[in-house]
Ligand binder design. Structure first.
Ligand SMILES: Cc1cc2nc3c(=O)[nH]c(=O)nc-3n(C[C@H](O)[C@H](O)[C@H](O)COP(=O)(O)OP(=O)(O)OC[C@H]3O[C@@H](n4cnc5c(N)ncnc54)[C@H](O)[C@@H]3O)c2cc1C
Length: 466
């Protein structure tokens, strides 16, 4: 008989340990995955129960979003179906809107909440894992909320791909030079890996697609990266960041350092250096902030709105509350300077999830917790097909070798053998055949055709929605 069973019998833990995981991303999925292995016997005997609350039934492998936007990986293969990988957990599609940890209760709205008319559900738990990640950090810039798009979800990545190709179609069909110019101007704000990779991949895709347009040439397009600081890609170090600037400029991409977006009202991007770009595309990747639901808990937050955590991944000063990933301020015990915290990235999120799950299992069994310790090993970034930059374990790579390393690394990291095989098959096929260059933007409005046939008016205008 294992320790947990003895402790249940002796009354030191509740008969059933109800574990609630808020979020089904990196931390949420990997924590639940490890817990269902660690607590296999307990789950089978009904002594433990794991519920994952998350708005989507899938985990998104975010590092693949730029390749999905470029059409090199299909959207279905960028996501991992939670019900398939977590068969021993309950998956509840919904959003936690508040947590009262003193009462061990989370308020959750589900897809059925509105229809039921009974208000949100109250879920009680014994252990809670808070992993809602982060949201785009948006500033009060005129026009931003109306015209810009983020790059954090598979919907945004595919929407952006469709939008870019649609802009090329608009440019190709208009006789108005102002419309054409705005359609072919693409502004990306934020020079972290999300912004740089998204721009690099989409520019590469558009450059390729242009060969199939009789009147759109790559030189007709304006690709602009706006970054407030004096460098881009801090994740790969200063030298590789400088190389990336040179490489992007060589491709005729304008990299504007020390520059901010001041307005994009009326579809004109106005920059702090006075430049103005009429455009129908503003992609906002200027950082993230912790998910706002954290402010609706009774747990301690740091100055940046993240949950204050211990190196054991418990929330500081609270028992039975755990957190990791973008939502958590976790002390970096490997850092020389005191007070440093781990950066919000997948590298830490995955490793923290494992320690977090182990610590929950250990605490249920009355064993001492483990300390989270991982020294950041560096980063890889893709800048388009066969182009990349990497700084890993002190080694700097650029161009094709870096791109190859990027692919090999992420193939080894993407969850499940099934997904690895599908992604590898897609890469192999895209190496053998030509790239897809169609926009399927109309998929976002599946009823438009029928509404027209039925004599109504299509409810939404798909053009220029972002
Ligand atoms: C385009 C892009 C590229 C990236 N590339 C890299 C890379 O190459 N290397 C790297 O290390 N990192 C990369 N990152 C960062 C990395 O993806 C994140 O650091 C990581 O996803 C953080 O994990 P998380 O579990 O904290 O959050 P997430 O993975 O974002 O998961 C949060 C989950 O919580 C859910 N959720 C949100 N609100 C609620 C709620 N109220 N109730 C319940 N659930 C909720 C969300 O839907 C989501 O499923 C990239 C990020 C982006 C956007």
């Amino acid at each position: 008989m294992d320790k947990l069973r003895r402790r249940v019998r002796h009354g030191t833990v509740k008969e059933r340990a109800r574990i609630l995981v808020v979020g089904g991303g990196y931390v949420g999925m990997y924590t639940a995955l490890r817990l269902q292995r660690q607590l296999k016997q307990e789950l089978r005997r009904g002594e433990a129960e794991i519920t994952v609350v998350t708005p989507d039934p899938y985990m998104t492998y975010q590092p693949f979003l730029p390749e999905a936007a470029a059409g090199l990986i299909s959207p279905r293969h960028v996501v991992v179906p939670l019900r398939r990988v977590l068969p021993r957990c309950h998956i509840l599609i919904g959003e936690a809107t508040a947590v009262d940890h003193a009462e061990r209760t989370a308020t959750v709205t589900t897809l059925a909440t509105d229809e039921e008319g009974t208000g949100p559900r109250q879920l009680t738990y014994d252990e809670i894992v808070l992993a809602p990640g982060s949201v785009s950090r948006v500033l009060p810039i005129p026009g931003l909320a109306d015209y810009a798009i983020g790059f954090k979800t598979v919907e945004e990545a595919i929407g952006l791909r469709n939008h870019v190709i649609e802009q090329m179609d608009i440019a190709s069909s208009t006789r108005d030079p102002a419309i054409r110019d705005a359609a072919l101007t693409f502004v990306f704000v934020g020079g972290g890996y999300a912004g740089v990779e998204a721009l690099g991949e989409l520019e590469d895709m558009a450059r390729y697609a242009a060969r199939y347009y009789h009147n759109v040439r790559p030189e007709d397009m304006k690709w602009i990266l706006v970054e407030a600081s004096d460098r881009i890609l801090p994740e790969v170090g200063e030298a590789m960041g400088r190389y990336t600037v040179t490489e992007l400029r060589r491709r005729n991409i304008q990299v504007l350092l020390g520059t901010r977006l001041e307005s994009c009202a009326d579809r004109v991007a106005v920059l702090s250096d006075g430049k103005r770009f009429p455009t129908r595309t503003v992609v906002w990747t200027a950082g993230v902030k912790p998910h706002p639901v954290l402010a609706a808990t009774d747990l301690p937050l740091d100055g940046r709105g993240r949950l204050k955590c211990t190196p054991e991944l418990t929330v500081d000063g609270a028992t039975h509350a755990w957190a990791a990933g973008d939502a958590a301020a976790v002390p970096d015990v490997t850092a020389a300077e005191p007070g440093k915290q781990t950066a919000p990235n997948a590298q830490h999120a995955v490793r923290q999830a494992k320690v977090l799950a182990d610590n929950i299992a250990r605490s249920l069994r009355g064993e001492p917790p483990l300390t989270y310790s991982h020294r950041y090993v560096g980063s890889v970034a893709s800048l388009g097909l066969h182009k990349g930059v990497a700084h890993v374990y002190g080694r700097k790579l650029k161009g094709y070798p870096a791109w190859l390393m990027h692919r090999a690394y992420h193939l080894s990291r993407v969850p499940t053998v099934n997904r690895k095989a599908r992604v590898l098959a897609e890469w192999t096929l895209s190496g053998l055949f030509k790239r897809e260059i169609v926009s399927l933007g109309s998929l976002e409005h599946p009823r438009a055709e029928f509404e027209l046939a039925a004599g109504g008016k299509p409810s939404d205008d798909p053009k220029g929605s972002s």
